[in-house]
Write a protein that binds this ligand. Structure first.
Ligand SMILES: [Zn+2]
Ligand SMILES: [Zn+2]
Length: 349
């Protein structure tokens, strides 16, 4: 089979690999659609280390090709997705509800394209299949569910973990695919005023279409001053960080009302510092929460239910389609953010 593998910083290439052997609790998927994540670009650039030769990709949509001897409840030929995070469902972390931290190690549940071969390939092995495979409703296409494994799950969790209340005012910093899904999640959670911040006009337009009430182009307006003015100096109840930089994290704190919740989704590198003036010297009753993409089949079922019930439509996020054979070109386009790209559908079959 063909698989996109990490060779060295700067190089992810398509190579031949054997189709993986199926263990008792695994399932083998024939990948019909997958996509490239911002995290894969960090891997490509060598900013997030993975083993040489690892197949990348953690957003699988496919058809069951083979199930392990201990797997029940699934059929060969069934259309399924699995989350980017594939919890075992059995360990102490999973049974505490911390599926993304499976095994009790930070990020332990993120296996695909991280610690085991991922899904930018003709086939992918899904571990602990019975905890992870979620059947795709007939009414939904591959493209419609493509955001579920990671982008929608992560973005929505930014809103969920912030415990948004009906009537809340929310700011979302950065409107890439995950930030856009956080905007949708905030709206579905009951936020009635949503401010979003980005510097790319197409993303701000998309943000408005998906539910933002006021969009701020940070190249033209100071986002903190604009949001504070729009809330009469009160600040927002919830600020969601969806980029992973010092300035977006800090701006979240600066627009948050005392007692508010900062929900962090970004992946940071280096050092993150908390300015004491924005943090009320530690006495502002702030809550800071961080989230890794929730996974497991029940999470996937719920997300697909949101789509099937037409509460939102995330298809506009898929701006480009490439065959698996063209994945190196797709990486180039995505990593350089050309041509208004948001998410790319990769089609192995
Ligand atoms: Zn991802
Ligand atoms: Zn576990």
């Amino acid at each position: 089979m063909k698989a996109a593998i990490f060779v060295e910083p700067g190089r992810i290439v398509l190579e031949e690999k054997p189709i993986p052997a199926v263990g008792p609790r695994d399932a083998l998927l024939r990948v019909t659609t997958t996509t490239i994540c911002g995290t894969d670009v960090h891997i490509l650039k060598g900013e997030y280390p993975v083993a040489r030769g690892l197949t990348v990709g953690h957003e699988p949509v496919g058809v069951i090709e083979e199930v392990g001897t201990a797997v029940t409840g699934y059929e060969v030929g069934q259309r399924v997705i699995a989350g980017a995070v594939t919890p075992c469902g059995q360990c102490h972390a999973c049974l505490n509800g911390d599926h993304a931290q499976c095994g009790g190690k930070a990020m332990g549940g993120w296996r695909l394209g991280n610690t085991i071969d991922g899904c930018q390939a003709d086939y992918v092995l899904i571990p602990n299949a019975m905890a992870n495979l979620a059947a795709i409703p007939d009414a939904l296409t591959d493209e419609e569910v493509l955001m579920c494994p990671d982008i929608m799950s992560t973005g929505f969790s930014g809103a969920e973990r912030a415990r948004i209340q009906i009537g809340d005012t929310v700011a979302v910093f950065a409107q890439g695919p995950i930030g856009l899904c956080a905007t949708v999640g905030a709206k579905l959670s009951g936020a009635t005023r949503i401010f979003t911040v980005d510097g790319i006009p197409e993303r701000l337009t998309m943000s408005q279409e998906l539910g933002a009430d006021l969009v701020v182009d940070y190249r033209e307006q100071d986002p903190v001053a604009t949001i504070m003015k729009a809330t009469d100096g009160r600040g927002v109840d919830v600020a969601i960080e969806a980029l992973g930089t010092q300035s977006t994290f800090e701006n979240c704190l600066r627009v948050l009302r005392p007692g508010g919740i900062l929900s962090s989704l970004g992946v940071y590198s280096g050092k993150l510092t908390v300015p004491m003036d924005a943090f009320a010297a530690g006495l502002g009753d702030y809550t800071v929460v961080s989230t890794l993409c929730p996974g497991g089949k029940e999470r996937m079922r719920r997300l697909m239910n949101v789509l099937e019930s037409r509460r939102t439509d995330l298809r506009p996020l898929v701006t480009h389609t490439f065959a698996l054979d063209e994945i190196e070109r797709a990486y180039d386009l995505f990593a350089n953010q050309r041509d208004g790209v948001l998410k790319i559908a990769i089609k192995p079959h």
